[in-house]
Write a protein that binds this ligand. Structure first.
Ligand code: MEV
Length: 321
């Protein structure tokens, strides 16, 4: 018996970093997806085939999941299977093959999307049908087991899709009604390490707690105001909020020369506003503009040494294919 599940990647619109410390953020799902095919096998063995991240074939006895060595790119899938089977014991083993429509270096959340695919797929195999909340809890536990840190916003985007208002740990997961969001996305060509950057911001917060708390408070207010501007499709105000959010992230020290170049390029080419999206230091930047200007801004990003990624946002959440 086999099942194929897909889940979307994500882009953070507002509130990164502050969300790790209990503040809200806004995240949207992108129309590039991760796919996992799961097959129950008789042998008590876990097998992973993930060619997009260089894993031709990785095998481990089911009883040893989570123990000993875990190749970097296998960790999320292995821990997802371990956590699922700990709660829902089953006979036999599992073979999983993953495919991604986007590069794991973009910062679109390939680890969270693959984790969600595996948990949702396993929950459907024996006819358990876990609720989205239960899938969130198991997937978020898996992410924390592997990388120790994170708000879970990327997990929520992969499960629910659309555009969400989210607060750390899933305290709030609220879909926002936004029909259309004219974003332009540019990749810096630099892979950022989220956990390292979270730790750098934590060190800054320990050194200057009052300063960082004020930045988080300003971001919190900005997220609330941006929800209303997004609902009104008021792209000019959304753009101004993006510029403000970028200013706050700059204060936290998480921008980078390449992000600054691409953000300024997008603004100069006619975007209402632009900011980095995610942990910072690399990965992607986003800009908001009138539809008619998107192509011109995308080409300017390419010209400036970035890579324009032509995605649509507000995509559907995890689904059985
Ligand atoms: C990383 O994409 C966004 C952060 O806020 C981390 C997180 O929320 O898990 C920096």
């Amino acid at each position: 018996m086999s099942i194929t599940v897909s889940a979307p990647g994500k882009l953070m619109l507002f509130g990164e970093h502050a969300v790790v410390y209990g503040h809200p953020c806004i995240v949207t799902a992108v129309d590039q997806r991760m796919t996992a095919t799961l097959e129950q096998v008789q042998k008590q063995m876990f097998t992973l085939v993930a060619p997009d991240v260089g894993i031709e074939m990785y095998e481990k006895p089911m009883g040893e999941l989570g123990r000993g060595e875990m190749p970097k790119n296998a960790g999320f899938v292995e821990m997802a299977v371990k956590n699922f089977f700990a709660q829902h014991p089953m006979q036999g083993g599992i073979r999983i093959e993953t495919r991604s429509q986007f590069k794991s270096t973009f910062g679109f959340g390939s680890s969270s999307a693959v984790t969600v695919c595996v948990i949702k797929g396993l929950s459907a195999l024996p006819g358990l049908q876990l609720s989205p909340r239960e899938i969130f809890a198991l997937s978020y536990k898996t992410v924390l087991d592997v990388q120790g840190k994170g708000s879970g916003f990327d997990i929520a985007a992969a499960i629910y899709g659309g555009t969400l208002s989210f607060a750390a740990g899933g305290k709030t997961i609220e879909p926002l009604t936004i029909d259309h969001l004219p974003l332009v996305v540019g990749y810096t060509g630099i892979k950022a390490d989220t956990v390292t950057i979270i730790n750098e911001v934590k060190a800054l917060a320990e050194a200057q707690p009052g300063f960082v708390e004020r930045v988080y408070k300003d971001m919190h207010d900005l997220v609330e105001a941006s929800k209303e501007a997004l609902a009104r499709a008021d792209w000019k105000t959304v753009g101004e909020s993006m510029n403000k959010n970028q200013g706050y992230l700059d204060k936290l020290g998480v921008s980078s020369p390449m992000l600054d170049i691409l953000i300024q390029t997008a603004r100069d080419a006619g975007a209402y506003g632009a900011k980095l999206s995610g942990a910072g230091k690399g990965d992607c930047m986003i800009a908001i503009a009138e539809d008619i200007d998107r192509q011109k801004i995308g080409e300017a990003i390419n010209h400036a040494g970035g890579q324009w990624i032509d995605v649509r946002v507000g995509a559907e959440g995890a689904r059985i294919e």
